[in-house]
Design a protein around this ligand. Structure first.
Ligand code: 5GP
Ligand code: ZN
Length: 139
């Protein structure tokens, strides 16, 4: 629990939310300012700011919930598809500093964009650049 964290306050019941799923470790509720009908947020109950702050068990619990809930959310609003994503860090658009996965239902012809649209200008990378990046990640 972190003081003055909105999502910790939701976990604690101090701020109301439309809860759709709950386990010992994970809570999911409707987004208060939805991008689409059924837009749902999935969070660990324990406060963690970034994806990399989750221990393996909690990361697994969050993703288990995401995979179970995504088809349920889609079915509930008769969606054709969904985008699942996490804004991990302020530069990526994270506004609430408590890890949360967005499940955003998508509908044929809804005018939205794929997840490829989230980044800025595409980089021009040589094979050497790609090799170097892959090596650093896998180190
Ligand atoms: P972020 O930009 O951090 O990835 O997304 C934060 C999300 O939390 C936004 O989609 C926003 O609408 C949602 N949100 C912010 N405050 C509240 C709240 O008090 N209740 C609920 N249900 N959603 C919230
Ligand atoms: Zn929190």
């Amino acid at each position: 629990m972190s003081d003055d964290c909105i999502f910790c306050s939701i976990v604690d019941g101090e701020i109301p939310a439309r809860t759709v799923y709950e386990t010992d470790d994970v809570l999911a509720f409707l987004d208060a300012n939805p991008l689409a009908r059924g837009h749902t947020l999935v969070i660990p109950k324990a406060h963690a700011e970034r994806v990399g702050d989750l221990d393996a068990d909690l990361a697994r619990a969050v993703f288990d919930a995401v995979s179970e809930l995504t088809p349920r959310v889609q079915d509930a609003v008769d969606a054709d598809a969904a985008n699942v994503g996490i804004n991990d860090g302020e530069a990526a658009g994270q506004e609430v500093p408590h890890v949360h996965a967005h499940v955003v239902p998508r509908f044929e012809g809804d005018g939205g964009a794929p997840i490829h649209a989230v980044a800025g200008k595409r980089p021009d990378l040589s094979d050497e650049d790609l090799d170097a990046i892959a090596a650093r990640i896998s180190e």
